[in-house]
Write a protein that binds this ligand. Structure first.
Ligand code: TNX
Length: 548
């Protein structure tokens, strides 16, 4: 669905723009403007109309006007600044029609008298900026983006994008004017890990679909894409040493559709696309359960040596790799080695959930063999919460292990103890963060086993107080999984993700004391026109005050 493009800009401003001048006569409205008092799109917005809400916002002065003559200045010699500038020019290009020139700068123009244009500066010395923080200053004729890293600059670019009128999302030239509200934003994330999981096993998603999803995630500073690459219904990643995994195991999906898989080149393309947007891919091979596709492909992975038929239903917990056979560990070792070689990120996810036909002893035996195989690849293991009690942890001389909390309620003692041994947790409580849960009882898509999850429900929780025994110090971050039993393509996935995903992003990024549904929903409403212009499907939930 595409909305009509936003209204044309005012003539006088357009003339100013064409003359390459800045600062229109009208002052920017103060922050805190309510939805009803907001100017129409095309005019200047408010400095705090950003999701996730920045850590600190100080509006001041008049808006900055971007025009065809605006120069993008990048810190000379900095690949990070050049990469972020490329992203900026690409994001602004279609709607503005500008091909903004990128020129090197030594940064000397900053400070009291910034040079006109948009400057992207790298400051590795300022510890306040951290791994992902940035400062954005808009005043006079200049916008300065400053960060210590490429990731920080990419986040600054996304903030600048949201400060521009929604029309900037259009894929055809819009009249503007392109106004950035004046002031200063100083921003850095609450948690290092802000993730989204996409289940490409139950229904396969194409490379293009995954890349489009990444673009939507990066807009909200989500920095990890967890790909659920294998399950009972399909194996989705080429493993050269075990070719039947994809020759046989990829050709099915829920409902009996054709399935599909990523060649290693496809996967590398996804990883590169994500990386260019500051998103790290976390690949998951679920084991020892959720393995029917692998068991179907190789009879020797079954304890009875007999390959089961393919599975296209939506039951869970019935399959397991043969824990007692050595070939299982050769298989797992090979898969993890190939996957690690394709994955620049730090994490390999080994699943470990719902191993219902595996005894507790077998499960422990399996994980105690598999964790060293992950370590041998040089990566850090992530797994669903069930495996975490088995991970020794740094305090016991073991490597860091990360568990993913998903089962609503009090965590088992073994998990809390594991966190006390130095392991860490990603919070994905199914009753708030599972975005495959239905919004309402009659919603046509999704499941409801963890309850109905409205937009406010997905937003109203704090990762540091949600579960007894799990405090801020052991939380690595948050993740919103989307399981695709009922979701056939990216349109379905987007309908579940939006408008809830930005709320999970805000929980992961913004300071807890700013967390407030009443003001958040007003900011969220402003994202609707952006999704419409970008062709992103979303649910127009009555909980959000969308504008006409
Ligand atoms: C539970 S969450 C699962 C998945 C299902 C999901 C459906 C988890 C670790 N396992 O296998 O797809 O519920 O919501």
């Amino acid at each position: 669905m595409r909305a009509p493009t936003t209204r044309a800009g005012r003539g006088a401003l357009a003339a100013l723009l064409l003359a390459g001048l800045a600062a229109p006569a009208a002052a920017a409205p103060a922050t805190g403007a309510t939805a009803s008092s907001r100017p129409p799109s095309g005019a200047v917005g408010s400095l705090s109309d950003v999701i996730p809400l920045p850590a600190s916002v100080e509006p001041s002065g008049r808006p900055v006007v971007l025009g065809p003559g605006t120069v993008v200045r990048v810190q000379s010699g900095s690949d990070a600044a050049a990469a972020a500038a490329e992203e900026l020019v690409e994001l602004l290009g279609p709607a503005t029609g500008y091909r903004l020139p990128v020129v090197p700068t030594d940064g000397a123009g900053t400070g009291a008298r910034p040079l006109a244009g948009i400057s992207l500066l790298v400051d590795e010395e300022d510890p306040a900026l951290g791994d992902e923080g940035y400062v954005l200053e808009a005043s006079g004729r200049s916008v300065v983006l400053r960060a210590g890293t490429r990731e920080g600059l990419l986040h600054a670019v996304q903030t600048l994008r949201q400060l521009l009128p929604a029309a900037v999302e259009a894929d055809e030239v819009q009249p503007g004017p392109w106004l950035v509200p004046g002031g200063r934003i100083e921003d850095s994330p609450r948690f290092a890990y802000r993730g989204a999981m996409l289940d490409v096993a139950r229904h396969f998603m194409t490379v293009e679909e995954v890349k489009t999803y990444v673009d939507s995630l990066a807009a909200y500073k989500i920095n990890h894409l967890h790909l659920h690459l294998s399950d009972d219904q399909g194996w989705r990643i080429e493993i050269k040493s075990w070719p039947r995994l994809t020759e046989l195991g990829s050709t099915t999906e829920v409902g009996g559709g054709p399935g599909g898989f990523y060649t290693q080149e496809d996967y590398a393309e996804i990883v590169a696309h994500a990386s260019a947007r500051g998103v790290v891919v976390v690949p998951e091979i679920d084991m020892p359960g959720h393995t029917n596709a692998a068991l179907h492909s190789y009879p020797e992975l079954n304890c009875d040596g007999v390959a089961p038929p393919p599975y296209t239903g939506i039951e869970v917990g019935f399959s397991t790799l043969c824990v007692e056979e050595e070939v299982t560990y050769e298989f797992v070792g090979d898969v993890l080695r190939e996957l690690a070689a394709l994955t620049p990120g730090q994490y390999l996810h080994v699943g470990g959930d719902e191993a219902h036909v595996t005894t507790e002893e077998q499960y422990a035996q399996f994980m105690c063999r598999v964790l060293p195989l992950v370590e041998a690849t040089g990566k850090t293991a992530v797994g669903w919460q069930e495996y975490l009690p088995l991970a020794p942890g740094p305090a016991e001389g073991g490597p860091l292990a990360v568990g993913q909390y998903w089962i609503p309620g009090t965590p088992e003692e073994g998990m809390v103890e594991s966190l006390a041994r130095g392991n860490r947790v990603i919070m994905s409580p199914a009753d708030h963060a599972y975005l495959d849960m239905k919004y309402t009882a009659d919603f046509p898509l999704g499941l409801a086993w963890a309850g109905l999850t409205g937009v406010e429900d997905s937003f109203a929780w704090d990762p540091a107080t949600y579960a007894p025994g799990i405090g801020e110090d052991v939380v690595l971050g948050v993740e919103a999984p989307i399981w695709t039993e009922t979701l056939e393509d990216l349109d379905d996935v987007e309908t579940m993700a939006f408008p809830r995903m930005p709320g999970i992003a805000e929980i992961g990024w913004s300071p807890q004391e700013t967390h407030d549904w009443a003001t958040y929903r007003e900011r969220l409403a402003l994202q609707g026109p952006r999704w419409e212009l970008r062709g992103v499907d979303y649910f127009r939930s009555p909980e959000v005050p969308w504008q006409e």
